[in-house]
Write a protein that binds this ligand. Structure first.
Ligand code: HEM
Length: 128
């Protein structure tokens, strides 16, 4: 039969909505990261993140329909991302992934991607 995507395996759109809601609750309260977000309302940023992750894992391509090619390193260039920002981002994401209570193999696959992506997004290596 048809291959089941990771998107389907973890429960589809509601799972990504919960992940991103939990993550952005952490961002909203973070003194280092919150000031980096240009908009007063974090809702639109959360929507972009949710749509990107859904698309990445085999769900609908709504992200690219609205935003074009992800080019995430380029889109993060305006923000100074050093080790401290990366680690804070990953701390909120770790909590958000844990909150999903996924089967361990799926949680690990999701986490490994997010951790790699966060290291890839660092654009200021001067920060030790
Ligand atoms: C956008 C910070 C890593 C995915 C943004 C924005 C900020 C930010 C400030 C602008 C908010 C907005 O959309 O208006 C950071 C920091 C990171 C990080 C500090 C630390 C490493 C990541 C990673 C991913 C990601 C690892 C993907 C796995 C996105 C997406 C957007 C975004 C999809 C919206 C892009 C768009 O369509 O404009 N990020 N980010 N970010 N970030 Fe990150």
């Amino acid at each position: 039969g048809e291959a089941v995507t990771f998107f389907d395996a973890v429960g589809g759109e509601p799972t990504f909505r919960r992940l991103v809601e939990e993550f952005y609750a952490g961002i909203a309260a973070d003194p280092l990261l919150r000031p980096m977000y240009p908009e007063e309302d974090l809702g639109p940023a959360a929507d972009r993140m949710q749509l990107f992750l859904m698309q990445y894992w085999g769900g609908p391509n709504t992200y690219s329909a609205q935003r074009g090619h992800p080019r995430l390193r380029m889109r993060h260039a305006p923000f100074r991302i050093g080790a401290a920002e990366r680690d804070a981002w990953l701390r909120h994401m770790r909590r958000a992934v844990d909150s999903l209570d996924l089967p361990p193999a799926l949680a690990t696959e999701l986490w490994n991607y997010l951790e790699r992506a966060a290291y890839f997004m660092v654009n200021d290596m001067a920060d030790p």
